[in-house]
Design a protein around this ligand. Structure first.
Ligand SMILES: Nc1ncnc2c1ncn2[C@@H]1O[C@H](COP(=O)(O)OP(=O)(O)OP(=O)(O)O)[C@@H](O)[C@H]1O
Length: 239
């Protein structure tokens, strides 16, 4: 396993007095694609939000690139290299693709010329977005919106991308397109930590799997080993 980009130790947290995470330990190897699976309510989304700084940790620590970010707020973490694409549609549906992408770069205060260069690079990477440049985001297909939302967060230049159920509501074909895109991103050096309900499809594509149960990580292993685990196959993969 390569050097971890993210290291979570004994993380406890939740909402108000409600504790959801009961001591999570997890590492994400740099440049890898790690998928968290588990039953509804296991705390998967809460964990992603805790890494992004949206849910505050009560105890334990989160180290990003060896730096303790546990006390930083969400904006500081975004500026520092941790980007979250939340669950469900999270764009501005009445703004165009171009306007949504520009908003994605807002934390970086780029000059107009630099912003143009970055937008050009983003549309070179995702030509479909260029084709839909002046289309309202709400009129894109689900798969196109998911790709655009990833591109918005990528314009903040994260080194760790957190994705909460990127295949939610997508056709199998669109899910394949989104997963192919994630693989390309990790091939270019980005680290990805993703939560997915389509556990089998995700584990067939990614590098590492984490199984969460009742606010704890039950198993962390290479994705192939998680796929092959008899209990996990029966409980979470429908195999
Ligand atoms: N904002 C909130 N305030 C209070 N409780 C919340 C909040 N968000 C989630 N919860 C509760 O936290 C628990 C874990 O939710 P979470 O969304 O992290 O689970 P999950 O594993 O991602 O499940 P799912 O696949 O259903 O999204 C659930 O009991 C949920 O009701």
């Amino acid at each position: 396993m390569t050097e971890p980009v993210l290291r979570i130790d004994q993380l406890v947290g939740g909402y108000g007095d409600l504790t959801i995470l009961h001591g999570v330990d997890m590492t994400v190897p740099a440049g890898s694609w790690t998928t968290i699976i588990g039953a509804n309510g296991a705390g998967k989304s809460t964990l992603l939000k805790a890494v992004a700084g949206i849910v505050r940790s009560r105890s334990g620590s989160i180290l990003f690139e060896d730096r303790d970010v546990t006390a930083l707020d969400s904006l500081a973490r975004l500026k520092g290299g941790i980007g979250l694409v939340p669950q469900g549609r999270c764009n501005f549906p009445l703004l165009s693709v171009a306007e949504n992408l520009k908003l994605g770069a807002f934390t970086r205060k780029l000059s107009a010329a630099d912003l143009e260069v970055e937008l050009q690079q983003m549309t070179d990477r995702f030509p479909r977005l260029k084709e839909r440049w002046n289309t309202l985001a709400g009129n894109l297909s689900g798969g196109e919106q998911q790709i655009m939302e990833m591109a918005m967060v990528l314009l903040a230049k994260p080194r760790l991308l957190l994705l909460d159920e990127p295949s939610l509501g997508l056709s199998p074909q669109a899910m394949g397109m989104v997963f192919d895109t994630i693989r390309e991103l990790t091939a270019s050096g980005l680290s990805v930590l993703m939560v997915e309900q389509n556990a089998r499809q995700a584990l067939e594509c990614c590098d590492y799997g984490v199984v969460m149960e009742l606010g704890r990580n039950k198993l962390s292993a290479p994705a192939g080993d998680v796929l092959a685990h008899p209990d996990i196959r029966r409980m979470f993969l429908g195999l």
